[in-house]
Design a binder for this molecule. Structure first.
Ligand code: MG
Length: 453
């Protein structure tokens, strides 16, 4: 299922601005993309200080290969994806963003005409053109034209609001923390139009990220928690730097771990669409399986990475399967009735629907009612990580093992996932059980095998 990419990771290409990430690099990505997808390309960016410069470079590359460019300005990645999907005129798109990475980073996510992120096999073709300088530059009379359409962000806001009964959020106070990112332009508007009373924090777009870093961590969301308590809000919602993810604090100001967030929303979505498949990577909590089972749904596992989840959902639907829901255990959730990519604005809106559906119950009650799982997450250095994964696989070969991404050893009361790190000479170990003692025991078993090598 996995191919070897050289420059792009699971969610685009990223690097430190002025070091790896330069206008020259982005110009060549634009030229490579333009050579592959002739037509009109939609371009957007998050709020990073380097966004404007890199967007100009990207557009130059596209225009010189004869593509026309529509610049959507600053907007969330899922907003750009929605606009591209909804308008047949677009042959594709590109988003200048480094998602949750610190302010000094930036990058490019390449979007297909159907609004999904470009798949590995096409990314490899794009990389090949990039490295070979193989661009279809046009002559003076073929150069593309650029227009701007920042107002089209409104289509995304409306698409989400339309999804829910009018006034569903009435009587609900919520706090939104877009982290100075592009969700400042969308999530408060979405929740307000659903009827919520909306307070905001870090809601002025600012590429220096003065309030908190683009990654929404429990520490960084402390001010959000305090504001939720001070305003008596039903919940607080925060986004990462390009708002394809959303994370929550409950009415007591407590951070909701993202697997539990997935479970809470899955329960709502699957109740309305029972008996289908829920698609998620092998690293997601067993909680997702428990909740799927409650609604007659089955979990279909993919390699780690949202693009594999989105592609698998599309593939399954193409095979005539019913797909109820999908997502990752990091606050990146995918709604097949809306679009096949993670959508933080839609996730914020869904939480309003979840609470409206359980009138009289607080989010803290709903979160506390979920089964508790204990997760151990470790890294272990290995000069040959692939060989070490094989040794562990051999040691546990008498058990149920899934090989979707690395190896997953599955027991009735626990599972362990052992994978090669894509970036360092390490293996990553994840173990989950409802019983912390059992999780610990399984971890020790794996460490004993490693100790014998
Ligand atoms: Mg992101």
């Amino acid at each position: 299922m996995r191919y070897k990419k050289q420059m792009f990771g699971t969610n685009g290409v990223r690097g430190v601005v002025g070091e790896m990430m330069t206008p020259t690099l982005v110009l060549k990505i634009g030229a490579a993309l333009g050579s592959m997808r002739k037509g009109t390309i939609a371009v957007g960016r998050d709020t990073r200080t380097s966004g404007e410069a890199l967007a100009h470079a990207l557009k130059a590359g596209l225009l010189m290969t004869g593509c026309s460019v529509v610049d959507m300005g600053i907007l969330p990645t899922p907003a750009l994806q929605y606009i591209i999907k909804a308008d047949d005129r677009f042959a594709g798109g590109a988003m200048i963003t480094a998602s949750h990475n610190p302010p000094e980073y930036n990058g490019v996510k390449v979007i297909e005409a159907d609004g999904t992120e470009m798949a590995d096999d096409e990314i490899i073709k794009l990389e090949n053109r990039f490295f070979a300088d193989e661009f279809d530059a046009v002559a003076w009379d073929g150069v593309g034209r650029e227009t701007a359409a920042p107002e089209r962000i409104e289509e995304y806001i409306q698409a989400i609001v339309r999804h829910f009964p009018a006034g569903i959020g009435e009587g609900m106070t919520v706090v939104v923390d877009p982290g100075s990112g592009p969700a400042a332009l969308t999530t408060p508007a979405i929740l307000e139009r659903m009827g919520c009373r909306v307070h905001t924090i870090n809601a002025r777009i600012d590429g220096t990220f003065p309030g908190r870093l683009p990654e929404p961590t429990p520490e960084g969301l402390q001010p959000l928690s305090e504001m939720v308590i001070a305003t008596g809000a039903a919940f607080g919602v925060a986004h990462d730097g390009d708002a394809d993810r959303a994370v929550f604090v409950d009415n007591k100001g407590r951070y909701i771990e993202e697997n539990y967030e997935f479970g809470l929303i899955e329960d709502y979505v699957c109740r309305r669409n029972p008996g289908g498949l829920v698609v998620t990577p092998v690293a997601t909590s067993r909680l997702i399986q428990d909740i799927a089972g409650k609604h007659g749904c089955t979990v279909d596992y993919t390699p780690v990475g949202s693009i594999y989840v989105a592609r698998r959902m599309i593939e399954l639907i193409g095979q005539g399967e019913r797909v109820s829901f999908g997502g990752e255990g990091n606050g990146g959730l995918i709604y097949p009735d809306h679009q096949f990519c993670r959508d933080g604005g839609m996730t914020a809106a869904m939480m309003v629907a979840v609470l409206a559906d359980h009138s009289g119950k607080d989010l803290s009650d709903l979160a506390d009612a979920l089964p508790v799982y204990h997760l151990i997450k470790e890294k272990y250095p290995a000069p040959d990580p692939g060989a070490l994964v094989s040794v562990i696989e051999e040691a546990f070969s008498g058990e149920t093992i899934e090989r979707i991404d690395g190896i997953k050893i599955i027991r009735d009361d626990a599972w362990a996932l052992v994978r090669e790190s894509g970036t360092e000479p390490m293996i990553r170990i994840m173990i989950e059980s409802g019983d912390p003692g059992i999780a610990d025991g399984m971890y020790r078993e794996i460490m004993r095998v490693i100790g014998q090598t």
